[in-house]
Design a protein around this ligand. Structure first.
Ligand SMILES: [Zn+2]
Ligand SMILES: [Zn+2]
Length: 272
């Protein structure tokens, strides 16, 4: 049990390198304390699930963009992707940050280091004039198709999490820099959790008019989306859109509404 001894001969009772609390008497063979190890283990184990949720949300935002790149002249602005989510699920995000920790541990253990995610997951893409698409072997290069990188990242997160979980006891016992990595994993987990729970970014973005058909025509209330949530709610008529399918329906209905408007204006122009 913890039993602080007087500082005789300049001896200092060892502290946990992560939380800086004094280690217990039966923990003195460790660098990081058991509670820090337990918490870090739980955070590592939670990361694949959080990543999956973030990845789904990111796909939802991407799926809500107009297919074909938005050259149709529609007046509805494209629904913006959640940049902070993409930053975590994309290159340089969760997978790369876990890879950096794994590489440091492998180096300390004297084990071989696998190439970083950014190198092994970049696929060049060529597009034919007919819309055909050819995906090349992974290389380090400039031509990047995010879909493939993200697919690669999900698998990479699972692999890094398995490695870190398996070697956490070693790191807490013997890895001198484990304090930094405990902190990095805490931050990474907190960033993912905050986004999944939608705690940040209250800013709202206009995404066009509500297309819901009411008794006296279309609702037409200006809709806004929050970067922190994929739930849309019309303040005028109370309509809600939450899922990818519903977002697609919303987008299709908005396109129909704009087409109606254009037809009507054209007819009025001809009549005038
Ligand atoms: Zn600790
Ligand atoms: Zn409405």
């Amino acid at each position: 049990m913890y039993n602080p001894t007087p500082d005789t001969d300049g001896y200092e009772w060892p502290n946990c390198v992560a939380c800086h609390r004094p280690l217990w008497a039966d923990e003195t063979n460790r660098l990081a304390c058991r509670p820090c190890q337990d918490k870090t283990g739980q955070r590592i184990a939670a990361l694949p699930g959080l990543f999956q949720q973030l990845d789904t949300t990111a796909m939802l935002m991407r799926g809500a963009r107009r297919p074909g790149g938005g050259s149709s002249g529609s007046k509805t602005p494209p629904i913006p992707p959640r940049l902070e989510v993409l930053a975590l699920v994309g290159p340089g995000g969760v997978a790369a940050r876990l890879a950096a920790v794994e590489d440091a541990w492998r180096q300390a253990l004297g084990w071989p280091i696998v190439p970083p995610t950014a190198v092994r997951a970049v696929h060049p893409v060529w597009r034919g004039s007919g819309g055909s698409q050819r995906v090349g072997a992974p290389v380090g290069g400039e031509h990047v198709y995010p879909y493939w990188r993200t697919q690669g990242a999900a698998g990479a997160v699972t692999r890094h999490v398995a490695f870190l979980g398996n070697n956490l006891l070693w790191a807490c016992s013997s890895y001198e820099s484990v304090g930094q990595d405990v902190e990095e994993i805490r931050r990474l987990h907190a960033e993912c959790l905050a986004l999944v729970q939608g705690e940040r970014r209250p800013g709202r973005v206009p995404i066009g008019a509500c297309p819901t058909v009411l008794e006296d025509g279309r609702c037409g209330t200006a809709l806004t989306a929050s970067a922190a949530s994929h739930r849309l709610h019309c303040g005028g008529c109370g309509s809600r859109w939450e899922t990818l399918g519903e977002w697609r329906e919303l987008r299709a209905a908005q396109e129909r509404m704009l087409a109606e408007l254009a037809t009507r204006q054209e007819a009025e122009g001809v009549a005038a």
